[in-house]
Design a protein. Sequence first.
Length: 326
Amino acid sequence: MRTKNTDAGLETRKAFVWQEETPPPLADFLAGGERRQAFLRYWWHDTLNDAPKWLSFHGLKLLPSAWASMLGAFHYGIVCRFYPGRSRRMQENAARIRPDLDPAAVMRANWRNKGRLMAEFSVLPRIASGRNVSITGAEHLHAARSRGPIIILAMHLGNWELLPPVLRTLGVPVATFYMPPESRFEHSTACRIRRNFGAELLAPGVRGVRPALKHLARKDGVVMIFGDEGFENRIMAPFFGRPPHLAGNLAIAVRLARHSGASIVPVHVLRRDGARFECRWLPSLDLTPEDEAGASLATDVARLNAVIEPVVSAHIDQWFFLDHHL
């Protein structure tokens, strides 16, 4: 999986265009040169890199959900020692975002949560089908949906992969923006699991905007986008005291809401104990009318950030992008 983007700056970042990689044919290997290198990377190097992930995924499926989650936490508790740079960055970010907490303790908890998250992919249907997920605030979602289309503003906390099954439980079909990982195995696995829960996947960046608007043109249309964001190893949102910018998902959410008249409903999933979770729906936000198109975009983006930033800060030990550059 490869992405196209030539500018990592926040304000000047070019429109992000995702394109799925086409499998190189045997003719590329026979051609030699760069084409042969691309063939070998795709069919040999990338396949070998995915082999441990394949074995881990199918091996963990044989375990009880709680055991698989616990094993993931144990594994990442060991693996983190081989990534001192990431661990140091976690502690630096934690000290800046939550100076009242012990940065080392936050770092260790964050690594364990990442390990649980990865391991829980193998047993996600069992976690979702049991009594492991409680739902609070669903009345906010249903009330907003009764008024028209909605944009679900999700956050990468706890195990956000439980949002599609939660929405299925609530009887709410959803189309969601999805950023594919580099690993082809992880990509195919994520797509299969999310679609099995009834989610329609929208391409990230500009390619997903038009399909999203088609969904939101319906009175019962529901589109999910993540407000917190990491891109090219940088934290795009929340802003955490940095000047607001209009180059990320918060601005896309505002533009979609403006074009469709949709309400915005924030949501996050918190890990409570091991493989037990709480899905929290927050009160919806409706954008105020503006005299000129785009005139209040920066204000609206800051308003959305003011909703998600306190939530992420309060649960920084479960936030996926803590190891990115702030």
